[in-house]
Design a protein around this ligand. Structure first.
Ligand code: FAD
Ligand code: AKG
Length: 318
């Protein structure tokens, strides 16, 4: 969209439904990361929210799998941060009333708001369809080293998620394993998030996501049956009607975590040849919440790469 004169290809080892993004609940509810200034995180969230608001408010919404969802974030004790940085981006953020809190006898306070959610795989399939309609080629291939792309491409945008640990040897990137359940419980219409972020119930178009776990440095993609029971029990304690949920599927994903998203330009060179790289990975728990904002910044960095390429070629002609 930003550089219509460029031709684009997507190279990935796995496409939807086999990516980390397919495991996610897809809720727009940011996590704060220490390595990025809050105003930047807010900007990324706001751009993503505005973008998905427009899709959710259009005829595309059903196919794109994006929708508004209202609900509650509940706390057992008063949270340190009374007003999260994103409170004026989501809609209608307010403290819960005493009457609402009666639904949560274990909790003493809470926040009510409306946010947006992406259902995956539909959202990823919709994005793929839009790319293909523009003539973008999709190649299934594992890349061992970015340099192997140098003979075919001028610029590589590295969006490898947790795969960047091996692909570019980023030791600052680590997995935070998450196990969730996707269940059929169409009567659950409101989201519920325990303020510690460990237990959540996120209703989507096709299923309700029940979470979760946050296991730092665990690379295991195998579901743990004890964890499944634990997640189910925790969610039923918040929403007793889930006892009747059916068709329980267990999913595991590795959040690509880092002190900050790596949004950076790099020039690789070997024997006079160059490959321009834009890194855009390390979204941790916030890949959906921030994807449009970080993509916009990555596109800006691609613009800088295009200018650099033009500069190299005009210097080569001198
Ligand atoms: C349980 C769970 C729940 C979550 N819930 C939410 C949520 O509600 N809201 C939210 O904002 N975030 C959530 N997240 C976080 C979110 O899922 C991630 O931030 C996001 O999926 C990261 O997206 P990505 O595109 O960077 O990585 P991925 O989805 O992993 O995509 C990376 C792509 O790169 C490819 N790749 C990697 N290495 C190579 C290689 N060497 N060669 C070729 N291809 C390669 C992969 O095959 C894949 O196609 C959740 C995560 C988990 C695990
Ligand atoms: O934290 C949340 O509530 C949203 C889900 C999520 O981002 C996660 O599990 O990583």
């Amino acid at each position: 969209e930003t550089f219509p004169a460029c031709s684009l290809a997507v190279v990935a080892e796995q496409f939807t439904p086999n990516t980390t993004s397919d495991v996610a609940a897809g809720m727009l509810i940011p996590h704060t990361t220490p390595g990025t200034p809050i105003h930047v995180q807010k900007q990324w969230f706001k751009e993503t929210f505005t973008y998905l608001f427009a899709i959710s408010n259009s005829v595309e919404a059903a196919e794109a799998g994006t929708h508004f969802v209202s609900g509650w974030q509940v706390f057992k004790s008063t949270p340190k941060e009374e007003l999260p940085f994103w409170s004026d981006v989501v809609l209608g953020f307010r403290p819960m009333s005493e009457a609402e809190l009666q639904k949560f006898p274990q909790h003493s306070c809470g926040q009510a708001f409306t946010t947006l959610k992406c259902d995956c795989p539909p959202y990823l399939l919709w994005l793929e369809k839009r790319l293909k309609a523009k003539g973008v080629q999709m190649y299934t291939r594992k890349v061992a080293n970015l340099w192997e792309l140098q003979s075919e491409y001028n610029i590589v945008v590295n969006c490898a998620g947790i795969g960047a640990h091996q692909l570019v040897g980023d030791q600052k990137l680590f997995p935070v394993r998450g196990q969730v359940l996707k269940v059929h419980a169409p009567w659950v219409k409101n989201f519920i998030r325990d303020g510690d972020g460990l237990t959540y119930i996120y209703p989507g178009i096709h299923s309700v996501t029940l979470g979760g776990t946050r296991e730092k440095e665990s690379w295991s993609l195998s579901p743990n049956p004890n964890t499944t029971k634990d997640i189910f029990d925790r969610c039923c304690a918040l929403e007793p009607s889930l006892q009747r949920a059916q068709d329980i599927k267990v999913k595991v994903g590795l959040r690509p975590s880092r002190a900050c998203v790596r949004l950076q330009r790099e020039i690789l060179s070997q024997g006079g040849a160059k490959l321009l790289v834009v890194h855009n990975y390390g979204h941790g728990s916030g890949g959906f919440s921030m994807h449009r904002g970080t993509a916009k910044e990555a596109a800006h960095l691609v613009g800088e790469c295009i200018a650099a390429l033009q500069d190299f070629s005009s210097r080569a002609k001198l």
